[in-house]
Design a protein around this ligand. Structure first.
Ligand code: MG
Length: 313
């Protein structure tokens, strides 16, 4: 934990976050979980697999979220969603009984828009994002597909998010040509797939990897699991030291491992992507971990259990 609450590279050799030595065989005992989550003063919450799955709310998650909000504990939703704007996401969540204002959400899409505003402000950007997602980029210089086809067209960056309408061969080819001419490749995330009502569904990661391969370049990734994404959300949350912040997620690597590497505590919930077999494998450094063992601070059946641990029954 960082005693001074900072989370930049100048903090020298921070001690590793406290982790239990062995992977739990099941959800963490509630008494032990309360001890391990004592003193939490802010919460980051993943969305997919924690509150919603396949477009439906998960069990008691809406009520648990309402309880967390009523408690006054500061929180932010941190999600790799890049399909729709925070405003639309907020409206859709309200339809599922989860009331989260847009400004309490940090998405891969909104973080990417903030990133390109900072890094490429005033320069042309070729953006592959859904029409709704483009709202997050209001005020930025976006090159249209027609402009991309004009002789001598240039772009400082090619930005790729999830969009069934925009990730076409024609647009990928336009993106490829800009990259060949020196544009930088920016990926909202590299997610391979996600669960929708129709089942496992291809995400934007495959397109990012395809462009990297074809253009011989490497994308700058903005969303989870990058350190920068969490730093952006933590800046917004404004809570320190980092050991007082809890990340709640369903993905051992993207949520738990990346948050704990920064010094946060992390709760894995078993309502989404990863189950107890994955917990055991990750504790050995095997996939979904990549070499370095990942052991969550607590393993909980659901978000409702995490909220009960934080706030009492
Ligand atoms: Mg998730």
């Amino acid at each position: 934990m960082h005693a001074d609450g900072r989370y930049d590279a100048r903090v020298s050799s921070p001690p590793p976050p406290p982790t239990p030595p062995e992977a739990p065989a099941g959800p963490t005992d509630p008494v032990v979980a309360r001890e391990r989550l004592a003193g939490i003063r802010g919460v980051l919450l993943d969305l997919d697999g924690v509150m919603v799955l396949r477009g439906e709310p998960i069990g008691e998650a809406p009520a648990a979220m309402g309880r967390l909000q009523s408690s006054g504990l500061p929180y932010r939703i941190v999600t790799n969603t890049s399909l729709v704007s925070r405003e639309t996401l907020s409206t859709r969540l309200a339809g599922l009984g989860i009331r989260v204002p847009p400004h309490d959400i940090v998405s891969a899409l909104s973080a990417t828009a903030a990133y390109t505003r900072e890094v490429f402000g005033g320069q042309p950007i070729y953006l592959l994002s859904s029409p709704d997602g483009r709202r997050e980029f209001a005020g930025q210089w976006l090159v249209s597909h027609a402009e991309a086809d004009a002789p001598g067209a240039i772009a400082a960056a090619v930005v790729v998010g999830d969009s069934p309408e925009e990730l076409t061969y024609g647009n990928m080819n336009r993106a490829f040509r800009f990259l060949r001419d020196g544009a930088q490749l920016v990926a909202m995330h590299r997610n391979a797939w996600w669960l929708t009502a129709a089942g496992p569904t291809l995400d934007a990661g495959a397109y990012v990897v395809g462009l990297e391969y074809a253009a011989g370049t490497e994308a700058t990734v903005v969303g989870k699991p990058t350190r920068e994404f969490f730093v952006r959300a933590l800046d917004d949350l404004g809570i320190g030291p980092l050991g007082d912040v809890l990340m709640v997620g369903d993905d051992l690597r993207f949520d738990v491992g990346s948050a704990m590497a920064l010094g946060l505590r992390a709760a894995l919930v078993l309502t989404g992507r990863h189950g107890l077999d994955d917990v055991a494998a990750a504790a050995r450094g095997e996939p979904p971990a990549v070499g370095v063992p990942i052991v969550p601070t607590v393993v909980a059946p659901s978000l409702a259990d995490v909220v009960e641990t934080l706030l009492g029954a």
